[in-house]
Structure formats: C-alpha cells, structure tokens
Design a protein around this ligand. Structure first.
Ligand code: IPD
Ligand code: CA
Ligand code: CA
Ligand code: CA
Length: 266
C-alpha cells in the first residue's frame, strides 16, 4: 500500500473517530444499558456496542476487503493479520465512562500484513487526539510529539501500574513489585490502557506495566509510542502477539530491561 493510501486511510479513520466521539457524548445525556461480561467488574454498555457497530458499518461499506477486530465481537472472525485489519476498542476505560464520565478513549490501530501502520487514540471528553503513522512520527492535536527521554532512570520515573499485579492467579512475586514501587518516583493508575500509552508518548508518564491486555487495548498505543522511541513487549521481554492476550511493559529503552527484572513470576 502506498504512503498516500495510508494517509487517506488515516484521515478517514480520524474523521470517523471524531464522529464516534460526538455520538458517545450525545448518548451520555440519556440513560443507557449497562451489562457485565466475565464478572461484576467487567462492564459493557450499549454505547460501547453502538460505537463499535458505527465503525464496522463505515469500514465495511468503504473498504469491503478490510477486516475488523473489535472488543465487543461485532467485527470479523480474525484468525490472522494478513491484509488490512482494524483493531478497535470503541471505549477503552468503560468503567471510567460509567463512573466518571471522562478518562476514556476510542482506540484504533490499523495493521497491514501484521505491521502496525496507524494508531489513533482519542480522549473524547478532553478532545485530545493522539496519532502515529509508522515512520512518520506521533502527534497530539496536530503537534508533533518529541522523542521520549531515552535515558530517564527508573528512580525518576512515573509508572502506570494497575491492580492486575494483585490478582492471585498471576503468581507474581509481590515482594519484587513492592521493591519496584519503592524505587520509582511514583505510580499512577488511569483506568484506560490506551490513554496510558498516549501519556507515555506525550512524556507525562514513563512506563506502563500490566498483567492482562487484549489486542484492542494496545494496537494503537504501540504504533504511537513506537514513533517516539518507546518499546512494548510482554513482561518477560518477548514480542507481543497481536492476536492474543498479553502481559505488557511499555517504556523507554533505558528502563525496559530493569523493569522486566522486577516482574518475576513464582
Ligand atoms: C480496560 C482498560 C483498563 C485495563 C483493562 C482493560 P476496557 O479496557 O484499558 O485500563 O486495566 O485491562 O480491559 O474494558 O475499558 O475497554
Ligand atoms: Ca471491556
Ligand atoms: Ca480496552
Ligand atoms: Ca472497551
């Protein structure tokens, strides 16, 4: 696919993302259905589903040969990343959407033959749009983001860390996590993986560690962070598989290996 076609694709994706954001904002003024999925903390609303359907309709109508991998399962049965695959989280941070009515994002990653070419993360309520195009840099609201500090030390780092490390079946060495928390400057937990990636790209946090994420949580973020020099792997340092769940460490080059040394499974 030519760069020009990739640019056109990105502009379409951005246009639909803004439109979807407007629909989400409108639907917040009316009561909406809230359901649970795996357990009582795993929430989904009719707004998540409608937003995913909005993208699927647009994509299938405009690009009939593209596939969609979406969190709410209304897209295609995606078994491989051959061709053009849109990896979509219609609302990342559903719990924030329900409880706080802010701090949630639309996340769109566009992968071509397995390569992340375009990432878009839209913080709907703040109206902040982060985007990255492979080899062409990352932007926030049209302003180019600077490369992240490659030498920031762990002692000076603010790291995104959610409660997934405390889930018993993760079998993590909790002592090591305590050591990590004591070592870094501070920890943050924002409740939207996509926004945590966007914040790393922006340089306002320095790393993000989590024990369970799906492709749609990270597909866009990995492209954007990659464009400012950040790296993303599983917590053991191996490559992310964009078709399965993954543990995730995202950070600058300097602290990546050191962070891995703190994540020891029993
Ligand atoms: C969740 C958020 C949250 C992360 C969870 C995700 P959702 O996505 O990104 O920050 O900790 O693991 O599932 O369900 O709100 O799209
Ligand atoms: Ca969810
Ligand atoms: Ca998500
Ligand atoms: Ca979601």
């Amino acid at each position: 696919m030519s760069q020009e076609t990739i640019h056109q694709l990105r502009e379409k994706a951005k246009q639909w993302t803004i439109e979807a954001g407007q629909l989400i904002k409108k639907s917040m003024h009316k009561p909406f259905e809230v359901d649970t999925k795996l357990d009582r903390k795993d929430l989904v609303t009719e707004v998540d589903r409608k937003t995913e359907q909005f993208f699927i309709d647009k994509i299938h109508e405009t690009y009939p040969d593209h596939k969609v991998l979406g969190e709410e399962g209304m897209g295609d049965e995606v078994q491989s990343l051959d061709g053009t695959v849109w990896i979509i989280d219609p609302i990342d941070g559903t719990m924030n959407f329900i409880h706080q009515e802010r701090f949630f994002a639309i996340s769109i990653g566009i992968y071509i033959d397995g390569v992340g070419e375009i990432g878009i993360i839209y913080d709907v309520m703040a109206d902040d749009l982060y985007e990255g195009t492979l080899g062409e840099g990352a932007y926030k609201n049209g302003q180019r983001l600077k490369p992240i500090d490659p030498n920031k030390a762990l002692e000076d780092a603010l790291i995104g860390l959610n409660n997934s490390w405390s889930i018993p079946n993760r079998k993590l060495n909790e002592e090591k996590i305590h050591d990590l928390v004591r070592k870094v400057r501070g920890t943050r937990s924002y409740g939207s993986a996509a926004l945590e990636f966007a914040y790393i790209a922006e340089g306002i946090i320095d790393a993000y560690i989590t024990m369970r994420l799906a492709p749609w949580d990270i597909a866009a973020g990995m492209v954007i962070v990659g464009e400012v020099g950040g790296i993303t792997t599983r917590v053991d340092g191996t490559e992310i598989n964009m078709l399965t769940g993954n543990t995730v460490i995202c950070s600058n080059q300097a602290i990546h290996e050191e962070l891995i040394s703190f994540i020891e499974t029993k």
